[in-house]
Each structure stands twice: as C-alpha cells, then as structure tokens.
Design a protein around this ligand. Structure first.
Ligand code: ANZ
Ligand code: ZN
Length: 819
C-alpha cells in the first residue's frame, strides 16, 4: 500500500494551498474575523527552533479558528532594521541591506517548508522603502501632535573609536571592539512622549486582565511604576533659593537629617561656588558623569560629597546639610531627595558611611540600631504629629505643607519618555531638517521618504554614519529655502515593531500608512503569540503607539492585543537552545529527516505552549511513529471504512457503541483544550487515544464501517491544525475532494459523549463501607481520591494510618488502615 512519503506530500500541499489561495484574507463583513499574530522574526540568517515553536503554536490557532468559521488574518513579516545587520556588514565587508534581504529570502523558504498558513500577500519587511516611508509620515504626524520632541540625553561614547555605541556594544564599561574606555556623552536626541499616556497605559492593564498572562501585566505595571507621594520645598537661605524633593514618605519629614541632590542638579555647582568644597564637588560630578545609571542605582556602595550648603526643613525649621549622591537620578522625581536614614536603608548606609545623624521618627519594636525601620508605626519626634499613625500622617503633613505653600500631593512615574534616536546607519532616517534660521523643520509630505543612502561608511564617524554622506546631509530648508542639514540619526527599531500589525491589515492600501476601514474590521489582534522577553518594551511601545494612532484617528480602539500568549523557551539539556551554548538543533535538518508535520507535532505535543519545552529526539521519533500509525489507519485496511452502501452508523454493536462514545468524547476534549488555554498537548493526547481504540476495533459490519469512517474524518479534522500536510493527503485518500483546511471543525453530540457509569465499591480493610457511581472510564488515582474523600469513609480513617490503597480499575477500592 501507499507509503508515508512526507518529502513528497508536504511541498505538494504547500503548492496547492498557495494555488487555491487557501489562506488569503480579505475583508468580509458577513463573517466574524479572527486576527492571529505571531511576533515577527528578526532576519538573523536562519530560522531557529524557538521560531518554529512560536509559529507552530500560532498556526494551530489560526487553522483551528478558520475551521470554526472565522475569517482569519494570519500574516508574517520581517523586523529587518537593526544593529546585527550593521555588525555583520562590518564583519563581512558587505552592505547591511544585502545581508538582510538575502537572509529574508532564505528564512522565508524555511518558513514555507514548515507549511504555516500565512497570507504571504501581506508580507512586509520593515526595511522596505514602502514601510519606512509610511513610518516617517507617522513620525511627522506624531511630531505635529506634540508627541515627539528633542532634548539632550546621554549616549555611550567610545573615546577610542570616537563613536556612539549601543548599550549592547558596551561590555563592563568598555567598548566591545577595542576594549577602550566608554564615557557618557550628552547629545540632542529625539523622544516619543510616552509619559503622556502613563496613566492610561496603567489603567488599561485592567482591560487586559484575563487575556494577558498575569506576569506580563505585573511587569508592565512595575515598569510604568506609579508612586504617590508629595513634593516638598526646602528653602536655602544662603543662596536665596529653594529646592524641591519628591518623596513617597512625607510622614518621615521630621526625620530628614540631610538632603541628597543628583550631581546633574542645576543647583549642584551653584551651592559650592566660592566655598572650599568647590574642588571636591567638581571632581565628584566629573566622576559620576562617567557612571551609567545601572551602576549608579545598583547595590554597590553609594558615594557622595558635601556641597557646603544647608537647607531648611519646612516643617520643623531644622537646618540640614545638602549633599550630592551618585544614586540620585536627575530623571526621576525632581532629582533631589530628602534623606531619612532612620527609615530608608539606602540613606541609612549613606549616613553611616559619612557620619551623618540618624533620627527615629516612626516608632517600632525593632528600633533603628541595626538598620532602618521601613515598616509602619506611630510618629515620634515630630512635634504636633506625634502619636499619629504614619499612614494618616502622610496626608496630615502634606495638607499642612500645602497650607503653608511648601508642599503638595503628587504622583510620579518610573516610566521615562522613549528615546528613539540611534546614531546608526541601518534604520529609518528621522525625517527632520535643521535650519539655522527656522530651527527644526519636518520634511514636507511630498518630499517623503527620506531615503536611506547606500554605500555608507559604517565605522569611524564622529556621530552617525549618515553624517558622513554630504549628499544626504546637505539640503535646503523647506520653510525658508536656505541651506540646511538633515537629521542624521535613525529610529530605534522598536518603532517599526510598534505598528507592523496595523500595516499587515491594510497592506493593499498604498496611499496611506493605515486604512481606517481595514482597522475597523481587523483590529484588534485577537491572539498575539511571542516570547516573554518582549513583555515590557515591545508590548508597552506597541500599546503606546496604538493609543497615539487612536488619537490621530487611525484606529478606533484603546488596546491593540486582546489576548497574549507568551510561549516558553526551547531547551536542550536543560539550557535554552542558543548559538553561544552550542546546543542548537537545526529545524531544516529535522524537517529533512522527519518532515514538517513531525517537527510541528513534537513541539506542540511535548509541553503546553506557555511552558518550556525540552527538545529530545526520541520524542520526535515518537511523534513520527504516531503519524505512521495515523497513515496506516487509512492505508492498511481500506475495507474497514469503505463499505459501498452504508453511510450512517446505526444499530451498533456494543463495541461499536463504545467507539462512537470515544469519538464524541474525543471531539469534546480536543475542542475544549483548544479553547481558552490552547493546551494542544492534551488535545493531541486525546486524538492518540482515539487512534488506539480504532486500531483495536474489530467490528467490520457495514454499520461499523460507517462509524469507522466517521472516526477517520473527525480525526483528520482534529489533527489538521497541528499536522496539516498529512491530514490533507489522507483526507483526499479517503475520497474527499474538498480542501481540509476549509472544512468545518467537527461537532459532537453531548448525549453520545456522556460516559457510561458503573458502581464502584469502597472497602476498608476488606469490609464494604460504601458505594458510588462513577464514569466507566475513571482513572485509578481518581478512584482512590474519591474513596479517601468520601464522607461515609472518613470516619473509618480517623486516627488511623492509611497503609495501602488497592485499586481494581472500574470495580473497587480497598483501603488498608492501621492504628
Ligand atoms: C524620603 C524617604 C523616606 C523616602 C523614607 C523613602 C523612604 P519610588 O517608590 O521608587 O517612587 N527618590 C526620590 N527621587 C529620587 C531620585 N531622583 N533618585 C533616587 N531616589 C529618589 O521612590 C521614591 C523615593 O525614592 C522617595 O521617597 C525618595 O526617598 C527617593 F523613609 O523620600 B524617599
Ligand atoms: Zn529655514
């Protein structure tokens, strides 16, 4: 009989699907839509097992939803700008574009061999001129709306290469290329005003509850980091000025024994001017300028220096010294902190180190001899507020300060505006022009896109590589016509991945970046699938971008992704598969040896999508053997299902009735595993059980044949989302002419799926103590659990030890107890 030759059938079906436009998605107002999206890959060279897993999960969902009757949108594309292309280009002395496009070609073929149900017509590469041109247009619209601005910010500057380095290019404070010193340098850079949406980004996490993993929601909440507290203003009489701090603990105000300013604070230099502290302060500021914010806020020892000036506590009039501290960041709060060593551990250590006073203002049993007390308590040493509970004191003190005009209640976010300037070549040019007369001017719409020039020198330039191309840089001002210069920074690649899913859904519109009608039909993404490493940045930026697009009128909803699934990692030998560890299994090689269906089946069967998956070849072989069994069900004895006259299973024998029950139970189990959690592993396990039952089924009467055929048809439909090639082939082999991919998902009959019940006997030490009705196919441990929990049995177990539980499947449980 016909053999299972995956190497022949897989490419054939891939071709057929393409020829018959099986996965082409078009707007159809009559049908409900389902937008299934997987995070688009970076075209690094080859598809890896993590991709395969991600896309096998997405494909199973997309195909399942299509069979359920949804109009499914399932696109794929390439996140194609970015540093690796630039590095590879430097290493191989080639053009980043050439490297990227050839990788895309190669990886696309790899994905095609896996038979994913993508609508390839909607494919996009973010480095294509069409895509980045539209992105430039959106950038300018955001600029016009006030959501884009420029300010000075720090970059990593290699003192040897005289160039800006990305964070990934800095290794332990040194340049990745030549190990020379890296310092922080201030450059004018472009920012997206994501903080404008901080409140909404936080509040709308509520809407994602249930659809997103709790962990991801928590990570976003933490990243946005809202704190409630107060701003308190201290006078500095000697300098006739004031300084304002942000604190979450106004209740501890009387415990402030000194103040810490960020070294970048505008007052820092002014306060020491003309004093003997001036020189040490200057040196300290220089030193801290070279430290990155990670070092500054890490657990390493805090450093500081006294400015020589004093500030007045607005509550008790006390004069406290003003210090600078490397751990105080200018970007957070006001860049100034009232230090309360008695109740803040960081201040405590700082005070111990520099011999500053420590004052207790919140009473506690532990006291503050050993460390700061950060818990709750009653106020002491705080004048009129003594005796107040500290939570109440927060409001009471803030109110008093507000009346005095020295404080107010406020909120603070950890979230910073999104710096999108990159001093790199392989990215989207920021479409702005600098005119010495008019300032910053956006490139007019009709002059877009600002094309990325080719053949640019990638290394050794002062700032951005684009700055070395005079034909690029020199232009005329669109406003006054004078000579002007183009912006030479490119955009962070996270900008591209913030709206690619909008673009997929309106690829046919070549006149504008986003088509509102297409959005109103296809958005939101119903299911997004990708790695948890994108839990914060990508997902937060994309949420921000969606809201900004909403405010530009491009989309009508608040959130882009209704449901999110973060798949686990693919491991080998307990470690994440990676080039650096050297434990890679190449997908191509596996497809070559076992076929795409086997590879897909293994990745879906070996563990539920959200858990890590341990690659093991014997598991792959097991999956392959299962497909062989499936194949033989159809091809070994066609006479078992091919009776010419009978098509309806009726008047079934007892064994046939049981198989029928199994069939309906299987459809039920698979369907419910597909809903909700997408636990494909249990769905697949259920189909395996059905295959076993079919294998041992011996009835060959006409009625049994009709039933057997029903089983086969349902089985192929149930397995189609996971192993579509073999299922299509077998579907045709049993005489069907339709495309299985377009067949409806099978339904089951609840009455037929209902398990028979049996009466189970429960004994204690051999004596019958109870009877219960249970499903006939009950599992052994379930029998045991029911018996031990049974209320009639409980009294016999009291003060006794269960020595042994004997289970006779489907009949009885005997609990052996002893005192
Ligand atoms: C006095 C105080 C007393 C504080 C106390 C804490 C405990 P979160 O919760 O992260 O918002 N802080 C304020 N601005 C800072 C900056 N720019 N750099 C470093 N630290 C800064 O933290 C707010 C607390 O962090 C503030 O409350 C302030 O210290 C410090 F028993 O003020 B607190
Ligand atoms: Zn001008």
């Amino acid at each position: 009989h016909k053999q299972y030759r995956f190497a022949e059938i897989e490419p054939q079906w891939q071709k057929t699907w393409q020829q018959r436009n099986a996965f082409r998605a078009t707007v159809d107002a009559q049908r409900p839509k389902f937008y299934c999206l997987e995070m688009l890959p970076y075209p690094s060279g080859r598809v890896h097992m993590g991709h395969v897993r991600n896309y096998a999960i997405g494909d199973a969902i997309a195909r399942y939803k299509a069979m359920q009757g949804y109009n499914v949108l399932h696109p794929m594309g390439w996140d194609a700008f970015g540093l690796p292309a630039e590095n590879a280009a430097i290493a191989h002395n080639m053009d980043p574009g050439q490297w990227t496009w050839s990788n895309i070609d190669y990886m696309k073929q790899q994905l095609k061999r896996l038979g994913f149900s993508y609508d390839w017509e909607r494919e996009l590469a973010t480095c294509s001129e069409e895509y980045y041109a539209f992105e430039q247009q959106l950038f300018i619209e955001l600029y016009t709306k006030g959501l884009v601005y420029r300010k000075k910010a720090q970059v990593n500057w290699c003192t040897q290469c005289q160039t800006v380095l990305a964070n990934e290019q800095v290794e332990e404070g040194r340049c990745w290329r030549d190990g020379s010193e890296v310092v922080a340098k201030d450059l004018e850079q472009w920012f997206f005003r994501i903080t404008e949406y901080a409140d909404e980004l936080l509040a709308d996490l509520e809407k994602l509850q249930g659809g997103w993993p709790e962990r991801v929601i928590a990570m976003q909440r933490h990243w946005i980091g809202k704190s409630t507290g107060a701003e308190i203003t201290f006078a500095i009489p000697e300098a006739s000025t004031t300084v304002t701090v942000f604190t979450t603990r106004p209740d501890t105000l009387c415990g402030a024994t000194f103040m810490s300013l960020a070294p970048e604070h505008p007052l820092a230099q002014q306060l020491c001017a003309g004093k003997e502290t001036q020189e040490t302060v200057k040196q300290f500021i220089e030193k801290v300028r070279k430290q990155d914010s990670i070092t500054r806020t890490s657990d390493k020892e805090k450093e500081g220096v006294f400015t020589g000036a004093y500030a007045i506590n607005p509550l008790n009039g006390q004069s406290i010294p003003i210090w600078l501290g490397n751990f105080v960041l200018m970007e957070y709060g006001t860049g100034a902190v009232m230090a309360v060593p008695g109740h803040d551990q960081r201040d405590y250590e700082f005070a111990r180190k520099y011999n500053l006073p420590i004052k207790e203002v919140i009473s506690s049993e532990a006291g503050i001899e050993q460390e700061a007390w950060t818990g709750p308590g009653t106020l002491i040493n705080s004048g009129e507020f003594d005796g107040l509970d500290n939570e109440m004191a927060k409001d009471a003190i803030t109110e008093k300060l507000a009346r005095q005009g020295t404080g107010r209640k406020t909120e603070n976010f950890r979230l910073r505006d999104w710096g999108i300037s990159r001093q790199r070549y392989w990215g989207n040019p920021i479409p702005m022009i600098h005119c010495s007369h008019c300032g910053v001017v956006p490139v007019p719409r009709e002059q877009l896109p600002v094309k990325l020039p080719k053949g640019v020198k990638l290394q050794g330039s002062e700032e951005s590589p684009l700055a070395t191309v005079p034909e690029f840089v020199n232009t005329t001002c669109p406003t006054c016509g004078r000579e002007a210069k183009r912006e030479t920074d490119t955009m962070d690649t996270f900008v591209e991945s913030s709206w690619y899913f909008h673009r997929y859904a309106c690829q046919e519109d070549k006149t504008q970046p986003i088509n509102r009608q297409a959005m109103d039909y296809w958005m939101d993404v119903d299911q997004y699938i990708g790695g948890v490493e994108h839990a914060v940045m990508h997902l937060l930026y994309a949420r921000f971008f969606h809201k900004a697009l909403r405010d530009l009128g491009y989309v009508g909803t608040d959130e882009p992704f209704s449901r999110l699934l973060t798949q686990g990692m693919v491991l080998l030998g307990g470690k994440k598969m990676s080039k650096s560890v050297g434990n890679i299994v190449d997908p191509d090689e596996m497809v070559e040896r076992y076929g795409a269906d086997t590879v897909r089946l293994f990745t879906l069967f070996a563990s539920p999508p959200e858990k890590d998956l341990e690659w093991n070849e014997s598991g792959v072989e097991g999956a392959f053997r299962f497909l062989g069994r499936l194949w033989r069900l159809v091809h070994e004895q066609p006479e078992r299902y091919a009776h010419p006259d009978q098509t309806e299973p009726c008047n079934l024998s007892e064994s046939a009735r049981l198989l029928q029950q199994k069939l309906h139970q299987t459809i039920k189990r698979v369907s419910s595993s597909m809903e909700g959690n997408y636990h494909f592993n249990t769905a697949i396990a259920a189909t395996m059980e059905l295959v076993n039952e079919m294998n041992t089924f011996e009835d060959t009467t006409p009625a049994a044949q009709a039933l057997y055929r029903q089983c086969l048809e349902a089985l192929l439909k149930l397995l189609n989302p996971f192993v579509p090639h073999i299922c299509e082939e077998l579907w045709r082999d049993i005489g069907q002419t339709s495309l299985l991919a377009r067949e409806p998902w099978p339904s089951y009959d609840e009455a037929l799926a209902k398990a028979d019940t049996i009466t189970m006997v429960i004994q204690v030490n051999g004596k019958v103590r109870g009877k219960i009705d249970v499903p006939a196919d009950i599992e052994k441990n379930e029998m045991e659990r029911l018996s031990l929990d049974h209320e009639r049995i409980q009294p016999y177990l009291q003060e006794m030890q269960v020595a042994k539980v004997i289970v006779v499947p489907g009949k009885l449980v005997n609990i052996v107890v002893k005192p």
